[in-house]
Design a protein around this ligand. Structure first.
Ligand SMILES: N[C@@H](CCC(=O)N[C@@H](CS)C(=O)NCC(=O)O)C(=O)O
Length: 225
């Protein structure tokens, strides 16, 4: 266990921050957390974050950015390793972890599309990509992506599933309706304690306000406006 001080810089509904939060909670790591308003970035944050983005993890005086890098660092320095030991299986997990970032980009695209055509194209693409993911999930191999152990890849998919849960709460539960393996994986990931604690209690209200302000076609369809 590392003795260095960890300081996570967060924005309360950021999906990439959730990855780091889940790792820190899984590892029972001690850390401080600060929240910034990304619509009004404070000077101190702009000095610390090279890309002006969250998450940032300050490790004593060293600044780490990019959620994947932050998560790998936390994994290597705290507690039990959250990757499979076999190099090929680990590489496969990392490949599908990258894939989760593509899904997050598409979900953002769906929720902020400004016209019907763009919305339909993004939804189609997302659906196709979820179908690829469904096919890679091995039958009867749950509860998690790689089997019985909650691994880093499961932490990476939690923010994806959290969006689907929020959309379902607002009336659209279509995303995983044709994908039974994904549904089961989602349920198992989303009941994990670290995942439940990785966002503020008013997450859903905050996400709703964020989407409302985007005034997108999808926000109107969900009656968020
Ligand atoms: N690839 C980055 C993405 C981080 C990212 O896009 N964060 C968003 C918030 S969810 C951000 O800070 N946006 C502020 C901006 O782009 O100005 C990672 O994985 O950490």
């Amino acid at each position: 266990m590392s003795n260095l001080n960890l300081h996570l810089i967060s924005f309360d509904i950021c999906p990439y921050v959730q990855r780091a939060m889940i790792l820190l909670l899984e590892k029972n790591a001690e850390f401080q957390i600060s929240y910034v308003d990304l619509a009004n970035k404070p000077e101190w944050f702009l000095k610390v974050s090279p890309l002006g983005k969250v998450p940032v993890l300050q490790v004593d005086q060293t600044v780490l950015f990019e959620s994947s890098v932050i998560c790998e660092y936390i994994d290597e320095t705290h507690g039990e390793v959250m990757h499979p030991s076999d190099p090929l299986v680990k590489a496969e997990h990392r490949a599908w972890m990258e894939y989760s970032s593509v899904l997050l980009g598409l979900i953002y695209g769906v929720s902020t599309a400004q016209d019907e055509d763009d919305l339909a194209a993004k939804r189609n693409d997302l659906s196709q990509k979820l179908s690829n993911l469904e096919l890679t999930l091995k039958k009867g191999n749950g509860p998690f992506f790689g089997g019985s152990k909650f691994a880093m890849i499961d932490a990476f998919y939690a923010p994806v599933f959290r969006y689907f849960q929020a959309f379902a709460q607002w009336g659209d539960s279509s995303y995983l309706s044709e994908f039974p393996r994904l549904q089961s994986w989602e349920a198992n990931v989303m009941r994990r304690s670290s995942v439940l604690k990785a966002v503020p209690q008013d997450y859903s209200e905050k996400l709703k306000n964020f989407l409302k302000n985007k005034n997108s076609v999808y926000a109107r369809k969900l009656n968020l406006t």
